[in-house]
Write a protein that binds this ligand. Structure first.
Ligand code: NAI
Length: 289
C-alpha cells in the first residue's frame, strides 16, 4: 500500500521513516521545500547510521530511502491507501487540508490525523466521507517510541480501528485503542505533569534544572518536564494545553500557564528555535541542578 504523509516536521518525518522501513512507498508532502529537504536528508542519514551500527542491512536502508518520495504536489496522493497528516495543530487548517486531500485520493483511502489534542470528530466533520477518518497518534520521536494511540471518531466506520491497529502493529509498534476525548490518554495525563512543574517553578519551590534532575534521577522519568517541553516545542505543547483546557469546558485542572504562553509568543519554541526554558544556542551553558 502506498502511504501519503503531510507535514515533514518532527512527526511527519519520523512517521515517514517508520512506514518506509516497514516496506511502504511513501509520498511525504510539505508546503515548505526547506522542511522537505531537511526531512529527507535527515531520514537518509539516520538510516545510513542504523546500517553502520548493524541495526539494519545497508540494502534495507537504501531500499527504505528509495521508497521515500518528497513532494509539494498533492496530486501524488492519487494512489494512496492511507494518508496521515502531521501539520500545524490548528483545526481549521487541518479541515481545509483534508477537503483538498479528498479531491485527490481514491474513495477507499483511509484518512488519519496525528493530532495531539483536537477532536477527531471535528476534523472528520470537514470530510465528504467521514466514516474513513481516524486518529493515529504517534509519539516523538516516532521511530523510537513504540506507543501509538488509535482513536476512532463517532463517524468512523465499524472495523476501521481494528484494521489500523493491525497495520500499525505490523510496523513494529504497540497500538492502543482509545476514545475521542481531549488529549486522548497520554497527552491528558501529561498536562498536569507539565502544569504542576511550571507551578513549582513559578512558586519558587525549586529551579527548573533541579526539578528536571529530581524527576529523571530520582523519579525514573527519561526526561524532566522542562527538557521534555523544550523537546516537544512550545508552539506544539502550548497549543495542546490550550486545546485540552478549552475542550474540557475550561476545567481548571488543565489551565495553561502564562509562563509557557509567553515563551510561545516570543517564538522561544525550545530546541527547534535554540531557546525555550533552556538556552540551546551554541556555547550557552545548561544550568546545573
Ligand atoms: P512541526 O512544526 O515540526 O512540523 C509541521 C510541518 O507541517 C512543517 O514542516 C510545516 O511546513 C508543515 N505544514 C504546516 N501546514 C501545512 C499545510 N497546510 N500543508 C502542508 N504542510 C504544512 O510540527 P510537529 O511537531 O511535527 O507536529 C505536527 C503535528 O503532530 C501536530 O498536530 C502535533 O500536535 C502532532 N504531534 C506532535 C508531537 C510532538 O512531540 N511534537 C507528538 C505527537 C503529535
Amino acid at each position: 500500500m502506498t502511504i501519503g504523509i503531510i507535514g515533514s516536521g518532527a512527526m511527519g518525518a519520523g512517521i515517514a521513516q517508520v512506514v518506509a522501513v516497514a516496506g511502504h512507498d511513501v509520498y511525504l508532502l510539505d508546503q515548505s521545500t526547506t522542511a522537505l529537504e531537511k526531512a529527507t536528508a535527515g531520514i537518509a542519514s539516520t538510516l545510513r547510521k542504523l546500517a553502520e551500527k548493524g541495526k539494519m542491512t545497508a540494502e534495507a536502508a537504501q531500499a527504505a530511502t528509495a521508497r521515500l518520495h518528497p513532494t509539494t504536489d498533492i496530486q501524488d496522493f492519487s494512489n494512496c491507501g492511507l494518508v496521515m497528516e502531521a501539520i500545524v495543530e490548528e483545526l481549521g487548517v487541518k479541515q481545509q487540508l483534508f477537503r483538498q486531500v479528498e479531491m485527490v485520493v481514491p474513495a477507499d483511502c483511509v484518512l488519519a490525523s496525528n493530532t495531539s489534542s483536537l477532536s477527531i470528530a471535528s476534523i472528520a466533520s470537514a470530510c465528504q466521507r467521514p466514516e474513513r477518518f481516524i486518529g493515529i497518534h504517534f509519539f516523538n520521536p516516532a521511530p523510537l517510541m513504540a506507543l501509538v494511540e488509535i482513536i476512532p471518531a463517532v463517524q468512523t466506520r465499524e472495523g476501521l480501528a481494528e484494521e489500523m491497529r493491525a497495520l500499525v502493529q505490523s510496523w513494529g509498534k504497540l497500538p492502543v485503542l482509545c476514545k475521542d476525548t481531549p488529549g486522548f490518554i497520554v497527552n491528558r495525563v501529561a498536562r498536569p505533569f507539565y502544569g504542576e512543574a511550571i507551578r513549582l517553578l513559578e512558586e519558587g519551590v525549586a529551579d527548573m534544572a533541579t526539578i528536571d534532575w529530581a524527576l529523571t534521577e530520582l523519579g525514573g522519568f527519561r526526561m524532566g518536564p522542562f527538557a521534555l517541553m523544550d523537546f516537544i516545542g512550545h508552539d506544539v505543547n502550548y497549543r495542546v494545553t490550550e486545546s485540552v483546557f478549552t475542550s474540557f469546558f475550561f476545567d481548571p485542572r488543565f489551565k495553561p500557564s502564562f509562563t509557557q504562553k509567553r515563551l510561545f509568543e516570543a517564538g522561544y519554541y525550545g530546541r527547534k528555535s535554540g531557546r525555550g526554558f533552556y538556552n540551546y544556542a551554541e556555547g550557552a551553558a545548561m544550568p546545573e541542578p
